[in-house]
Design a protein around this ligand. Structure first.
Ligand code: HEM
Length: 278
């Protein structure tokens, strides 16, 4: 007759007087009071939460990407594979999130869009850190954060650091592949551009997988990350088109036209080029 038993008799803890609770540990009071609507419109809650959720997931992606880059630099490949696999799973959560946002109709969004001023995902500082970690650097981005010295300094530091792809190219060189020295010693603050010696090395890896299993697996894990990021960008662009059509963005860009253009960028170019070549 468990139904008549008290919680204590059932073994359920109810006295948290001096103990850390679930809410304490997760700082839920802070998180759940951070949805500050600026209008009374019903759908604004969705708009805020979808951005916050994506930012939280991007925080975890950055955590995993940094550790994976370090592991590759140190030649510890298995943990890097595990972390990159996690990154891709998170990315699929992010892609799925567009499904929820696409329930926001143009009429609903227009009810509060003009209250957002110039606020736009374009200013997402974590998204830029993620692009930097993957090797896409644009100095115009740093200017956006001039007003916020702390963020500007963190971004600037990340801007000059090698990306995960630079770490992968170094791993190719360590394994004996002849990589041009100007690529190994390149200026990391520049967006990576395809190089013939890197393409030759990846081609060899893909043609001789059993001799280069770690590098082959690394290449495929990185393709997974770039593939998922392209899908995220595409779904963002289509969701934006669905909600605002071809209006200009709150961040001041041409909107969908701009988002279509950024779709063209390739983070790990040789890993795509090599697929045509063997
Ligand atoms: C109704 C929902 C949304 C609309 C209409 C929208 C629209 C746009 C537009 C037009 C841009 C181009 C820059 C500009 O002029 O503002 C942009 C950029 C961006 N948005 Fe959104 N967005 C929406 C939701 C989101 C969400 C949920 C996220 C997740 C964090 C997000 C992240 C970004 C990022 C990171 C960029 C920069 C992309 C780049 O420069 O490559 N957006 N958005």
């Amino acid at each position: 007759m468990l139904a008549n038993h008290t919680n204590e008799e059932k073994g359920i803890q109810t006295d948290f007087q001096n103990k850390m609770t679930y809410a304490d540990y997760l700082q839920l009071d802070d998180i759940l009071s951070s949805q500050k609507n600026i209008t009374n419109h019903h759908d604004e809650m969705l708009f805020i939460i979808i951005h916050q959720v994506q930012e939280l997931w991007i925080k975890l992606i950055l955590h995993e990407l940094r550790a994976a880059t370090e592991a590759i630099e140190n030649g510890v490949m298995q943990p890097a594979f595990k972390m990159l696999a996690r990154v891709t799973r998170i990315q699929y959560q992010l892609i799925q999130a567009w499904e929820v946002l696409s329930t926001l109709t143009p009429a609903e969004y227009l009810e509060f869009r003009d209250k957002l001023g110039n606020a736009s995902g374009f200013q997402s500082y974590q998204y830029r850190l993620m692009e930097f970690a993957l090797g896409y650097k644009k100095d115009s981005i740093l200017k956006i954060y001039k007003k916020d010295q702390e963020k500007h300094d963190i971004l600037k530091k990340a801007y000059h650091q090698p990306s995960i792809y630079d770490a992968a190219i170094k791993a190719l060189a360590r394994s004996g592949f002849d990589i041009h020295s100007d690529i190994l010693n390149r200026d990391f603050s520049k967006t990576y551009e395809a190089d013939v010696s890197v393409k030759k090395a990846w081609k060899h890896v893909y043609e001789n997988t059993s001799d280069n299993w770690n590098l082959y697996q690394l290449a495929e894990k990185m393709v997974d990350v770039e593939d998922a990021l392209s899908q995220w960008r595409f779904r963002h662009m289509k969701t934006v088109e669905r909600i605002i059509g071809h209006k200009v963005g709150t961040g001041g860009s041409s909107g969908v036209g701009y988002l279509k253009k950024v779709l063209d960028h390739r983070f790990f170019p040789e890993l795509w080029d090599v697929r045509t070549e063997f």
